[in-house]
Each structure stands twice: as structure tokens, then as C-alpha cells.
Design a protein around this ligand. Structure first.
Ligand SMILES: Nc1ncnc2c1ncn2[C@@H]1O[C@H](COP(=O)(O)OP(=O)(O)O)[C@@H](O)[C@H]1O
Ligand SMILES: O=C(OP(=O)(O)O)[C@H](O)COP(=O)(O)O
Length: 393
């Protein structure tokens, strides 16, 4: 990586403003999944262990510049404290006198978590005043918030204008794993793209067609491609204005000698519900009033075989409506294949990560990215503002 990291810089005696992505799922005031908090621990422990005062900043949800009690970071501070086995100070302010006082009274090796930075209207506007307030608190900026690296906000980008700025370990790992996968891939290289966000993912497909050996399409995304091939898809998910693009991509796949793999059979349902009537049909036979909500058994086998024979597999987006047991089989089969392959496996995207977690395969994956939107934009070849602002090596 051509950006400086915390390994390149002395932190002893420094006050560090460290942006993390603690945008974690919560229910009734409790953190329900602490993956993102755990992922930031190596950076936090490196800083505290090497004599820095650590100021942590994160967003939670989308409060749009106003304080909302249910989006305060107190439960996150509590969980972080449990994980660190050490006290975590928590401020109710994003910046200001209370914060300044807490920092000046803090000992080295201690951690202070600021309030949800999106309570301040300047955060998402990348307001220079707010960025200066952040920079004034510290000697060094560390960005470890890979999940928010595609946002140009005051705490993810603006602050880096004023003090030295380096990447944390999580940021470094995410960029290296995803970067290596894309720039110097082991082959056969297979990408599996599914889910429902056709608009968001179509750009990734374009970029991946220049890099992969196999491009496997599943989930709701598949049916725009099936339609583009001239088959009827009943009431399955369709992005009408992307049909021409889908055709272009299938052409591009041929030109680039990419094995473009689509479902050959599917599970169709007469209703979008768990107890709908279902049947297995070939892709040419989707009935008019039915919708395809999962890939069928032959397709699962084909996809699993390709995964088994690949050296590198990137997976983004479930193969079916996996939240309903009736349509979870395809996603489960692909997750199982990834868990069993000897190839290197990379999972990106909130729902795919949740699926491997739900099915108990998370620990069998080589890398489960903490960024959904961020990993997609990275794979699309877009610049991530939260990375661009960091100091070059
Ligand atoms: N055949 C399908 N029809 C409709 N929705 C689908 C289908 N297959 C998957 N989905 C839905 O796609 C959603 C996930 O899509 P997406 O957000 O693009 O994935 P990710 O978060 O992994 O990037 C899930 O809620 C799932 O129910
Ligand atoms: O959860 C996040 O994005 P993700 O769901 O795409 O991984 C990040 O914390 C970014 O949050 P945002 O999309 O509100 O800027």
C-alpha cells in the first residue's frame, strides 16, 4: 500500500484522533453485532499500548445533523470497554469545552469516545470548521473506518488537511486484501455477485469483467440478465432500464473470455412470502405470475463446483431471499462451498456477511470485509476519499 500506516509513525506521547466505523446494529439500546468494534481493536490497542491518548470518533445511523438519544454511542462505549478490558471514557459532545477538558485530564494509554459525529450538521458536509475542531484535539489522525472510507466527511476526510494522517490496521488490511485480489489475482479468479441492488452493482460487474475468469450471477440481480437473454421472468425482480447494459456486459464477457454463469434452474414462488407455493423450474420456464426467489439445485451444484476449483473467490450479495428459510437454500449452498474451498475467500456486503454469519461459516472465510458500500466502490475502481487524504509513503 502506498499510504502511511500507524506502523510508520511514532505515537508515544501523542494525542491521536482515530476515526473508526462503529456503525453497528443495535436493538433496544444494545449492540447486537460487534464485528466492527472487534475489527478496530488491533489499532486501538496498538495506540494505547504505545503511549498515545486515543480519541475515537464514529457515526451511528443517519441522524442528519441532529442529536437523537437512540443514536448516542454509550452502548458502543460499554461494549468497547468490555472488549478492551479497560475503561472507555465517553463524551456527550462531538467537540467543545467538555471534550477539551477530558482530553487534557486524560492519561496516556486511555481511550475517549466522542459522541456520534453525525449529530453535528458539519460532519456530512465535510465542513472545514468542524474538521479543524477535530484536528485541534490531536497531533495525529488515524483513519481505521474502512466501512465509511467512501464518504468525504469532516471526520473521514476533512480533518486530514490539518494534521498528519495515516491508516489504521483494519484500513490497511481491507485495502491490501481487496487490492491484492483485484490487481494480482490468483487464478482461476471467480466473482459471485447477487443481491437486489441492481443499480449499485452493475458498475462492479463492468470492472470485474476485466479481471475475473468466472463471473457468477445470482440473487435478484440475475433476472435482468435472464430477461436480456430473451427469456420470460414472470414477476421476478427486473431493472427494465438496465436490460441493454446487461446485454453489453454479456458481450463484453465473451470478448474477454470470461465464463459468465447464470442460473439454469430456479425456485419460483406464487407470492413473496415464507409459506408461498413453490416449485423448481428451468430458467426457460418461469411461469407468468410467479417470481424466482432462489437458485435451483442444478445451479447450486454448478456454482459450488466452480467455487471448489477456484483459487480466489469474491462474493457480494445473496443468491436468494435468504431471510426466509424457504428461499435460503441457494445462499447456504454457496456459503458452504466457500467454507469448503481451498481457494482464498473474500466476502463483501452487509447481507452476504450476515448470511455467512447466520449459517455459521464466518470463521471459515479468509476475509469478511467490514465495508459494504466501501468494498463495492473499491472493487468498481473508484477512489475512496477517506484513503486519498492519507499521507503517501
Ligand atoms: N431473487 C430475489 N428476488 C428478490 N430479492 C432478492 C432475491 N435474491 C436476493 N434478494 C434480496 O437481496 C437482498 C440483499 O441484496 P444486497 O443489499 O444487494 O446485498 P449485500 O448487502 O450483500 O450487498 C436480500 O435482502 C435478499 O432478500
Ligand atoms: O454501514 C455502512 O455502510 P454499509 O452498510 O454499506 O457497509 C457504513 O458505516 C457507512 O454508513 P453510511 O452508508 O450511512 O454512510
Amino acid at each position: 500500500m502506498n499510504k502511511q500506516t500507524i506502523s510508520d509513525i511514532e505515537v508515544d506521547g501523542k494525542t491521536v484522533f482515530c476515526r473508526v466505523d462503529f456503525n453497528v446494529p443495535m436493538k433496544d439500546g444494545e449492540v447486537t453485532d460487534d464485528t466492527r468494534i472487534k475489527a478496530a481493536l488491533p489499532t486501538i490497542q496498538h495506540l494505547t499500548g504505545n503511549g498515545a491518548k486515543v480519541i475515537l470518533a464514529s457515526h451511528l445511523g443517519r441522524p442528519k445533523g441532529e442529536a437523537h438519544d437512540e443514536l448516542r454511542l454509550d452502548p458502543v462505549a460499554e461494549r468497547l470497554s468490555d472488549l478492551l478490558g479497560a475503561e472507555v471514557l465517553k463524551s456527550d459532545e462531538v467537540y467543545g469545552q467538555e471534550v477539551t477538558k477530558a482530553i487534557s485530564e486524560m492519561e496516556r494509554g486511555k481511550v475517549l469516545l466522542l459522541e456520534n459525529v453525525r449529530f453535528d450538521p458539519g460532519e456530512e458536509k465535510n465542513d472545514a470548521e468542524l474538521a479543524k475542531h477535530f484536528a485541534d484535539m490531536a497531533d495525529l489522525y488515524v483513519n481505521d473506518a474502512f466501512g465509511a472510507a467512501h464518504r468525504a466527511h469532516a471526520s473521514t476526510a476533512g480533518v486530514a488537511e490539518y494534521i498528519p494522517a495515516v491508516a489504521g490496521f483494519l484500513m490497511q488490511k481491507e485495502l491490501e486484501v481487496l487490492g491484492n485480489a483485484l490487481t494480482d489475482p490468483e487464478r482461476p479468479f471467480t466473482a459471485i455477485i447477487g443481491g437486489a441492488k441492481v443499480k449499485d452493482k452493475i458498475g462492479v460487474i463492468d470492472n470485474l469483467l476485466d479481471k475475473v475468469d468466472n463471473l457468477i450471477i445470482g440473487g435478484g440481480l440475475a433476472y435482468t440478465f435472464v430477461k436480456a437473454q430473451g427469456y420470460e421472468i414472470g414477476k421476478s425482480l427486473l431493472e427494465e432500464d438496465k436490460i441493454d447494459l446487461a446485454k453489453q456486459y454479456m458481450e463484453k464477457a465473451k470478448e474477454n473470455n470470461v465464463n459468465f454463469v447464470m442460473p439454469e434452474d430456479v425456485i419460483v414462488a406464487d407470492d413473496f412470502s415464507e409459506d408461498a407455493n413453490t416449485k423448481e423450474v428451468s430458467i426457460e420456464e418461469i411461469p407468468e405470475d410467479w417470481e424466482a426467489l432462489d437458485i435451483g439445485p442444478k445451479t447450486r451444484q454448478t456454482y459450488a463446483d466452480l467455487v471448489k476449483d477456484s483459487k480466489l473467490i469474491i462474493w457480494n450479495g445473496p443468491m436468494g431471499v435468504f431471510e426466509m428459510d424457504t428461499f435460503a437454500g441457494g445462499t447456504k449452498a454457496v456459503a458452504e462451498a466457500l467454507a469448503g474451498t481451498e481457494g482464498y475467500t473474500v466476502i463483501g456486503g452487509g447481507d452476504s456477511a450476515a448470511a455467512v454469519e447466520t449459517f455459521g461459516y464466518a470463521s471459515d472465510m479468509d476475509h469478511v470485509s467490514t465495508g459494504g458500500g466501501a468494498s463495492l466502490e473499491f472493487m468498481e475502481g473508484k477512489e475512496l476519499p477517506g484513503v486519498t487524504v492519507l499521507n503517501d509513503k
